[in-house]
Design a binder for this molecule. Structure first.
Ligand SMILES: NC(=O)c1ccc[n+]([C@@H]2O[C@H](COP(=O)([O-])OP(=O)(O)OC[C@H]3O[C@@H](n4cnc5c(N)ncnc54)[C@H](OP(=O)(O)O)[C@@H]3O)[C@@H](O)[C@H]2O)c1
Length: 274
């Protein structure tokens, strides 16, 4: 049976490849991106490459929570069902000298784009995911992880792109663990993964803060596609995978207090804006 699958950041790299694969198999893939021109070009490329006319494109800059909310509203008003949400969009470390920058809402940019946008998107789309169950939420995180600093989550006191990226990626994993607990028995699962190490995507190729690429987009796409489609994964929830292997994330992900604190912090940050 084909599925309706929303993939954020489907205009490049890993998200685009996963979208291509799923579209080739007849699924209704809802592509998301931040540039209407690039998004429409990717949409028409994928429609002609796969012959799948059910694909749709949705635009939203994830550095604005208002745009995230509008994206969710657009999905809710246009789709009868949604079986999979893949929070894949993200930004990576730029240069070793890069300084702290802020989202459109004034939040530290990595925390906002890589984590908070996906938090809000999942929160808004949960009713549709639940009514479409069995359904899956997949958060594309990373092996680069740093504990969320609840005393300084916006990293005003000490900053590097590497720290900001790693904090945002562990926040995604904490969010996944929290969701899995809340969603027990609902038919909606939540898992996170490190797709592959240093894939040959724009994020890695454009960075001077990261080593050279070591793996391919196909490697990461294999790991993401497995979580989206494999029947073996249907009832697996609350897990973190290092590529294809079940793995242990940073210890903060199993601290119930940290999960509560992150949910409260996230709801407060969202409430201050929308
Ligand atoms: N590459 C790796 O080795 C690696 C390793 C571990 C984890 N990951 C994770 O894998 C995911 C995909 O990364 P990738 O390597 O495929 O990177 P990528 O090629 O740079 O693609 C990132 C995608 O996210 C979109 N995006 C970035 N900022 C956005 C914003 N503010 N609003 C909306 N969309 C935005 C990009 O849009 P544009 O097309 O407009 O730029 C693009 O579609 C990320 O979450 C990353 O952290 C990657």
């Amino acid at each position: 049976m084909t599925k309706t699958i929303l993939i954020t950041g489907a205009t490049d790299g890993l998200g685009k490849e996963v979208a291509h694969r799923l579209a080739s198999q007849g699924n209704k893939v809802l592509l998301h991106g931040r540039s209407p021109e690039k998004g429409q070009a990717v949409l028409s490329d994928l429609v002609s490459a796969t012959g799948n006319n059910t694909l749709e494109y949705f635009n939203a800059d994830l550095s604005s929570l208002a745009e995230v909310k509008k994206l969710a509203a657009g999905i809710l008003s246009s789709q009868q069902q949604l079986e999979v949400l893949v929070n894949n969009a993200g930004i990576g470390p730029r240069t070793p000298e890069s300084t702290r920058s802020l989202s459109k809402d004034g939040y530290e940019i990595f925390f906002a784009v890589n984590y908070l946008a996906g938090y809000l998107l999942a929160r808004e789309l949960l009713p549709l995911l639940k009514s479409s169950a069995p359904a899956r939420i997949i958060n594309v995180a990373s092996i680069a992880q740093a504990p969320v600093n609840f005393n300084d989550p916006m990293l005003e006191k000490y900053y590097s792109d590497g720290l900001a990226y790693s904090q945002s990626k562990l926040a995604q994993i904490l969010h996944t663990m929290d969701l899995a607990q809340q969603l027990e028995g609902s038919g909606v699962t939540a898992n996170s993964l490190h797709p592959a190490t240093l894939m040959n995507t724009k994020m890695v190729l454009d960075s001077t803060a990261l080593p050279d690429s070591r793996t391919t987009i196909d490697d990461g796409a294999n790991a993401v596609e497995r979580l989206i489609l494999n029947e073996d994964m249907a009832s697996v929830s609350g897990h973190y995978f290092d590529c294809m292997e079940n793995a242990e994330p940073d210890a903060q992900a199993s601290d119930p207090q940290a999960l509560n604190k992150l949910r409260e912090l996230s709801d407060n940050l969202v409430a201050q804006v929308i």
